[in-house]
Design a binder for this molecule. Structure first.
Ligand code: 13P
Ligand code: SF4
Length: 302
């Protein structure tokens, strides 16, 4: 750890703060966090946190989820303008319109969504919990939103249910093409290809494995292979190079970088701890309904 990181650890101790970071954060942030995880693990950690202060190094929907799951705590988002374009692709009015079209369906909403959209839905999921949640729901019909690609991935694994997919997408993963997988395999024929289910179905179909960030990391750590081509954000590759230096890992495509996830800097994190800003606030009436969808996700995933 360098001096700035030691300063942040000292501040965290002083303020009794829990620092949570997503795997897509830069390595200097991952190194200073108490816990680094996928979206599901960050939600679980936030929910069980006993610290008075939670600092979420990630994007806004993650900080909102932490606040919803543990409302008595102060939750800080050190990079307040770190949003998720996919989360902005669906509004509560869109959900209302779809409810009128599919009155018998359960509304299953990817955690990459606003608190207002969560409040309008029945249950949430993350990429690692989506299949389990969809199977556990009593409904035979499911509206999945906003990610069409994760929706397709879930629908393929839960064929006994009828899915209606919304047309949102991740601006990073959606741009991966089947041809990118073929080209990467030609360059590295010895490698296994692992992708995130936010990638299009044609990409998932060509991969050896598709899973959440944590599932991809676990797969590489446990599996012997001559190399791995990683089809998710570059933070996962950087983490693997730091934690599993004996493995050969390559980013599937250079454009796999989420600008929003890279907004948090060590200076932002220190500033958040020093000033207590920016604290996430959610309208109380909305929070109650939104919290119910997250609690339900955790209950159905255990
Ligand atoms: P997971 O870490 O849950 O796989 O999520 C990926 C992602 O895109 C978060 O925005
Ligand atoms: Fe949103 Fe995609 Fe960035 Fe995740 S990687 S925060 S889904 S834009």
């Amino acid at each position: 750890m360098d001096e700035r990181q030691r300063h942040i650890r000292a501040l965290a101790g002083e303020k009794r703060a829990l620092i949570l970071a997503h795997f897509y954060q830069t390595m200097d942030i991952q190194e200073v966090a108490d816990v680094v995880g996928d979206s599901f693990e960050l939600a679980r950690q936030a929910r069980q946190a006993t610290h008075p202060l939670i600092v979420l190094c990630g994007v806004r929907f993650m900080a909102e989820s932490a606040k919803l799951l543990n409302p008595d705590k102060t939750v800080l988002l050190p990079a307040p303008d770190a949003g998720c374009p996919m989360a902005d692709m669906v509004t509560p009015d869109d959900v209302t319109a779809l409810r009128a079209k599919h009155p018998d369906a359960a509304f299953l909403c990817y955690v990459n969504s606003s608190a207002a959209v969560k409040a309008a839905c029945d249950v949430c999921c993350t990429s690692s919990s989506a299949v389990r949640v969809a199977r556990a729901l009593p409904h035979r019909e499911i509206v999945f939103l906003p990610d069409q690609n994760l929706g397709h991935f879930v629908a393929a694994q839960v064929p006994e249910k009828r899915f209606h997919l919304y047309d949102g997408y991740c601006i990073v993963h959606h741009l991966v093409r089947a041809e990118d997988v073929r080209a990467a395999r030609r360059a590295h024929p010895e490698c296994l290809v692992l992708v995130h289910p936010e990638c299009p179905p044609a990409v998932v179909a060509l991969a050896d494995f598709a899973g959440s960030t944590a599932e991809i990391l676990r797969y590489v750590e446990r599996r012997e292979a001559d190399g791995f081509l990683i089809g998710t954000e570059v933070g996962v590759v950087e983490r693997l190079r730091a934690t599993a230096p004996d493995k050969r890992v390559f980013l599937l495509k250079p454009s796999l970088l989420c600008r929003n996830m890279k907004k948090t800097t060590l200076a932002d994190l220190a500033h958040a701890l020093e000033t207590g800003r920016e604290a996430v606030e959610i309208d109380a009436a909305l929070a109650q309904s939104a919290r119910r969808t997250l609690d339900r996700m955790i209950a159905l995933s255990l």
